[in-house]
Design a protein around this ligand. Structure first.
Ligand code: AVI
Length: 321
């Protein structure tokens, strides 16, 4: 009998430990009510985000893909050949395929994602498409400490597309970049997608699409709380509100209470005044210099930046010593 040797390996990088109930409740009890955007992504939320990426008004995904396609050879050259490519929040590993096409000599790809089933399925598919690649799928929350298996390549490069960094608060962003710099030492690189500051009308339209998908994405959070935390939000009594806040350099998303109301969540109650909001997301936008300064403060040396013709989206390559 022929023994089959698989080129996909599965690892547990850490066990995510968030207590959603107490985190959400603390957020709703705060002076300014807030819920972390990480809770958008249940099954329905992930599908809605996928739909957002295909909207005419939502430029980031297709612009980043355009940049990746156009400059993938330069990116591959910057990353080098004796390097393991590690992707944070790899999901379906769709974007990385563009890069992999330009890196035929790459030996190791390490997708990291919190959603184990999806990760393992995508890693398996990728390992079949790229039989020469060793795929080490690591299930982990990459914003916390995690372990990766011992790798054969001389150095590591992290691929972090999608401008997810824009959804981190300034202190989270700094922690994340410092942790990533530590992880990459010595001689590692970070290829990261970063959405840029631009005409406010373009930003406002991207988060207020005409089909109302972003509104559904935002309000779906309440559905999730109803189902998973036994809450009784009536979705008709909350309204999607998104706008670009120029001084803060971010798009804010809120859910506005349309009346005075009291909500039950599990065994607790939370009251809302008419017009009061739950702040559900910030999406920070950066000039090239702003982002390079932040990264430099966390131990990175900026090496190269690629942008589209309109200067709407950037992909930075940064290195650590
Ligand atoms: C995932 N993240 C980068 C998206 C963004 O643009 O900040 C999430 C999103 N929120 C509303 N539309 C898309």
């Amino acid at each position: 009998m022929k023994t089959v040797k698989s080129n996909v390996h599965y690892h547990v990088g850490n066990e995510p430990e968030t207590d959603m109930y107490s985190e959400v409740l603390n957020g709703l009890r705060a002076e300014k009510k807030t819920i972390s955007p990480k809770y958008f992504y249940d099954k329905k939320g992930s599908e809605l985000f996928e739909a957002i990426t295909m909207l005419a008004e939502y430029y980031p995904t297709r612009t980043e893909l355009f940049i990746l396609n156009k400059y993938r050879d330069e990116m591959a050259a910057a990353i080098g050949t004796d390097t393991a490519l590690v992707e944070f929040g790899s999901g379906s590993s769709e974007k990385v395929r563009t890069l992999l096409e330009a890196m035929p000599e790459l030996k190791e790809y390490v997708p990291i994602d919190i959603s184990k089933d999806f990760l393992y399925q995508s890693a398996r598919a990728l390992s079949i498409e790229y039989p020469h690649l060793n795929v080490h799928a690591v299930s982990a929350d990459y914003t916390e400490k995690f372990e990766v298996p011992k790798l054969a390549s001389a150095s590591k490069a992290v691929f972090f597309p999608g401008s997810t960094i824009g959804n981190f608060e300034p202190h989270e962003r700094i922690n994340f970049l410092k942790m990533t710099a530590d992880f990459l030492k010595p001689n590692g690189g970070l290829l990261i997608g970063v959405d840029m500051k631009k005409d406010h009308a373009v930003l406002n339209a991207a988060y207020n699409d005409s089909k109302g998908i972003t509104s559904q994405f935002n309000t779906n959070l309440l559905n999730r709380l109803n189902r998973e935390l036994l809450a009784d939000f009536n979705l008709e009594n909350f309204h999607h509100h998104a706008f670009y806040h120029a001084e803060k350099g971010r798009v804010e998303m809120h859910l506005v209470s349309l009346k005075n109301q009291t909500i039950t969540i599990g065994s607790e109650q939370v009251t809302f005044a008419e017009g009061e909001t739950i702040h559900t997301e910030n999406s920070y936008k950066f000039t090239i210099e702003e982002f390079q300064d932040i990264a430099a403060g966390c131990g990175f040396t900026p090496k190269k930046v690629w942008v589209d013709e309109k200067n709407w989206f950037s992909m930075h390559y940064l290195m650590v010593e």
